[in-house]
Write a protein that binds this ligand. Structure first.
Ligand code: ZN
Length: 503
């Protein structure tokens, strides 16, 4: 074996051990969100902090630096080979973590842990004043981190890099600036349409148990493998990949809001289908990992919206719904139901927003978080800036901070740079769906027959199987034959909503 090969093998062994440790941590986190008794929270946070510290040590140890140096001392022939991909990503991860002092990593963990509790408390009290000192502390830590990571470059980009390798805020800004007027003009046409869904269609109480049964049916129909996963409930829905053969999803059920559980499940199913499609033999290395946060979100959005809110899907699911929710929807026709689950209107809430207005919520957060990080916006002025943006862009003013700038927990968790990946995910979902449609033909009739496997196979082949071989830009080019573009989303939404609303 050559020297570079020997170094590579030792690296792979060490970093696979670290991946095992991190997946153990993920299992404990899943348990914390689902079944952990309240009195166990304190001990659990110690377990998780211990594992996080160990994983950090395993990564930044001098030996890893030496091995990376040796393994990359001669170029690997094929830049797409497993070895080249893993070394590229390990080097990136190592360099990034090397730039952060352990003290700063630990300080962030402490600050956001307290800030997240303070945020939840402030949200309950509907008062930003309670959260403000914590947001200031989080911002202080994130600015120092961004400084350390950026090495003179743009600090926001340095944070964005954690979620979306290679992406830059100037590009995102241009993309969003191009998309915004298209969405606003579509929203205008929808508002002015004479045909509107009847808001009472979905106003009925469905107990949690029949909701869960239907959601399980639908997740299974889409291809989610329950022998390698499970569906539970948690306060905030999520999906977690614990390792080969174990990808779990959660949702939440509100008796008076059936969309929450239903589309929450379809969304997390989309995330899980990606993880269940990653190459098992590469588990614990970048080659077996998801490409990026936005590519992940593109999978969830594709299944939630492009499939789960389509008429074809509901032609298949309608009899299942009538069976599981017997007596609740007998007075409603399928077209009326389909129209209602696609109701578009400006609202104050991101999570419950429809496909047309969702990205407008993201654009607002993207601008505000950049201004907060750079210091152009002072934390104390956030509520005012937030409300002004909502007034200007959506024509609505939040009645209080809970429905305004306190609605999302990302900033309290230190996740600056995460929000834009939601909008990017929507844009990419449209692009992937259009490419799959071009190749395989319209899916409507297949969906109506309950056939989702052809679409899933397409995603498996063009996206999932690649792991982290490509960053988002290259993956899109490979999978769809064209560069990242918002036009597919505009085209899809225009076609769909002009048909629904009749304009
Ligand atoms: Zn998601």
């Amino acid at each position: 074996m050559t020297r570079t090969r020997v170094a590579y093998e030792e690296l792979a062994r060490r970093l696979r051990e670290r991946a095992l440790l991190l997946s153990t941590k993920a299992a404990l986190e899943w348990d914390e969100e689902t079944y952990l008794p309240p009195s166990g929270v304190e001990h659990r946070s110690q377990q998780i902090a211990q594992l996080a510290g160990m994983a950090h040590e395993m990564l930044v140890s001098p030996r890893i630096g030496e091995l990376l140096g040796e393994a990359t001392s001669e170029p690997w022939e094929d830049s797409r080979s497993t070895e080249a991909v893993n070394l590229r990503e390990w080097s990136r991860l190592y360099r990034r973590n090397q730039r952060l002092e352990r003290a700063l990593v630990e300080e962030e963990a402490r600050v956001v842990s307290v800030a997240q509790h303070a945020w939840a408390e402030a949200r309950r009290a509907r008062s930003f004043a309670l959260f403000r000192p914590h947001l200031e502390r989080v911002l202080d830590v994130k600015r120092r981190q961004a400084q350390a990571l950026s090495e003179g470059g743009d600090p926001y980009d340095a944070l964005l890099e954690e979620f979306e390798p290679g992406m830059r805020s100037t590009r995102l800004g241009a993309l969003f600036t191009a998309l915004r007027p298209e969405l606003l003009s579509l929203l205008d046409r929808i508002r002015g349409a004479s045909r509107q869904p009847d808001p009472r269609t979905l106003q009925r109480r469905i107990p949690a148990e029949p909701q869960r049964r239907l959601c399980e049916h639908l997740a299974r129909a889409l291809g989610y493998d329950f022998t390698a996963g499970r569906l539970d409930t948690s306060a905030h829905p999520f999906s977690t990949h614990l390792g080969p053969g174990d990808t779990r999803i959660t949702t939440r059920f509100y008796e008076e809001d059936l969309c929450e559980g239903l589309f929450g499940t379809l969304h997390e199913t989309g995330h899980a289908l990606y993880d269940q499609g990653l190459p098992v033999e590469h588990f614990g290395t970048p080659r077996g990992d998801a490409a990026s946060t936005a590519i992940h979100e593109a999978q969830s959005r594709l299944w939630e919206n492009f499939v789960g809110r389509s008429l074809g899907f509901w032609r298949h699911a309608w009899p299942l719904l009538q069976h599981e929710w017997a007596g609740h929807f007998e007075d409603i026709s399928l077209p009326d139901f389909h129209f209602s689950i696609n109701r578009v209107r400006a609202s104050l809430n991101r999570v419950r927003a429809d496909e047309v207005t969702y990205n407008l919520h993201i654009f607002i957060r993207f601008e505000l978080e950049r201004a907060l990080l750079s210091g152009a916006l002072d934390a104390k002025d956030l509520p005012e800036a937030w409300n002004a943006a909502y007034r200007e862009q959506l024509g609505l003013t939040p009645p209080d901070d809970a429905e305004g700038c306190l609605q999302d927990g990302h900033w309290s968790a230190g996740m600056f740079g995460y929000f834009p990946t939601y909008a990017l995910g929507n844009i990419l979902a449209a692009q992937f769906f259009a490419a799959a449609t071009r190749e395989l033909g319209d899916f409507e009739e297949a969906f109506a027959r309950g056939e989702f496997s052809r679409l899933l196979s397409w995603l498996r082949e063009h996206v999932h199987a690649h792991g982290q071989t490509f960053w988002a830009d290259e993956l899109i080019q490979e999978a769809t034959g064209g560069p990242l573009s918002h036009t597919w989303l505009v085209e899809f939404l225009t076609r769909k909503y002009s048909a629904l609303y009749g304009f």
